[in-house]
Design a protein around this ligand. Structure first.
Ligand code: MEV
Length: 351
């Protein structure tokens, strides 16, 4: 095998976070920040996982990896029990090693791949809700499927994509337990997707990408705790909260129609960005830092909302077509002075 490179984008949830947990629709799109994997064959038969951004550099010998039997596990996250003594790393490095071992072990059961080095670099900030683990999962699954000869067109065909997405989802199960599947779907297919739990995601064939400013508040958040807080509120006030969740679903439906009518960045979209944020704030998942971003961007006529779990994390700001790059730079500078970190991105690019 000759050396090869594969890549996959991160994602941003545009509409519908939290409501998606209750079977409502969410809309997400790919961001133009990607993870890249370089695969080089090795002569010594070893397998090296090299992730310089998160300080992982592990060598596995083929007997260690061949001993894994992921198909005997009742859930992918139990791979940890088959790796005792191998995994010394903590945090994201540990999760990445476990994800790799699970995928390697599963695909090894379906075809030998010989020794190789896989080096993954990513422009996606870890743990910020931009789908860095899903992008990692997609490059891993693409690389390993390519090595085992399972891909017919190196990921280009619909059949290949389905297989890549399937294994990337398994990887997400190692990392997150019971993920919704939206992150790996966006990283695999790119563009804009409408996602409803338990159904296949639907691609929204929009012709125009969106310019979006992503602002990381750098305030740490716990997705688990935020999802639990909405659950508690819903248990106490089922009718009130269900009405809010239904309204969020209507927002996603409206956004889907706007995208499909090729009018992604119009004033209606700005309206629904504001409405969606207001509803999320009502559910209690905003944060003073996110409200500050809204104030700063609204003062320049740009609508923002939290994206992902909220409680800190990231906000997105739609950049209307008539706003110049210089004006965006000024807003980004102002947000930077408050201590936030901004990324100018284009949403809706290739998977
Ligand atoms: C977090 O990125 C999105 C949530 O809707 C949780 C989930 O969908 O699993 C808050």
């Amino acid at each position: 095998v000759a050396p090869f490179v594969v890549s996959a984008p991160g994602k941003i949830i545009l509409f519908g976070e939290h409501a998606v947990v209750y079977g409502k629709t969410a809309i997400a799109g790919s961001v133009d920040m990607r993870a890249y994997a370089l695969v080089t064959p090795r002569k010594d038969g070893k397998t090296r996982l090299f992730l310089p951004d998160i300080n992982v550099d592990v060598y596995f010998d083929s007997t260690q990896l061949a001993r894994l039997s992921p198909s005997s596990l009742s859930h992918p996250c139990e791979i940890e029990t088959q790796l005792t003594g191998i995994v010394a790393a903590e945090g994201p490095g540990r999760t990445a090693i476990l994800t790799f071992a699970y995928m390697y072990g599963s695909l090894f059961e379906r075809g030998n791949m010989g020794g190789f080095t896989i080096c993954v670099r990513s422009l996606l900030p870890v743990g910020s809700g931009l789908g860095s683990s899903a992008a990692f999962g997609v490059v891993l699954s693409t690389a390993l499927l390519q090595l085992t000869g399972h891909l017919k067109q190196m990921g280009a065909s619909a059949e290949d994509r389905k297989l890549i997405n399937h294994w990337a989802y398994r990887g997400e199960q190692v990392a997150h337990g019971t993920p919704s599947g939206i992150d790996n779907a966006v990283a695999t297919y790119g563009g804009f997707l409408a996602y409803t739990r338990g159904s296949e995601s639907v691609s929204l064939h929009s012709t125009r990408a969106l310019r979006v400013l992503i602002t990381n508040t750098q305030v740490p958040k716990s997705t688990k705790a935020l999802v639990a807080s909405v659950r508690t509120l819903r248990e106490r006030h089922p009718e009130v909260v269900d009405t809010i969740l239904d309204s969020i679903h209507s927002i996603s439906t409206a956004a889907g129609s706007l995208f499909q009518s090729h009018k992604p960045c119009c004033s209606e979209l700005q309206d629904i960005v504001r409405l969606n944020h207001g509803l999320l704030a009502t559910l209690g998942v905003s944060h003073p830092s996110l409200e500050r971003i809204r104030e700063i961007t609204e003062a320049r006529g740009m609508a923002s909302k939290l994206t992902g779990a909220g409680g800190g994390g990231c906000a997105l700001t739609l950049i209307p077509i008539d706003v110049s790059g210089a004006a965006v730079d000024r807003v980004a500078q102002e947000l930077g002075e408050v201590g936030f970190r901004c990324y100018q991105t284009v949403v809706g690019g290739a998977g």
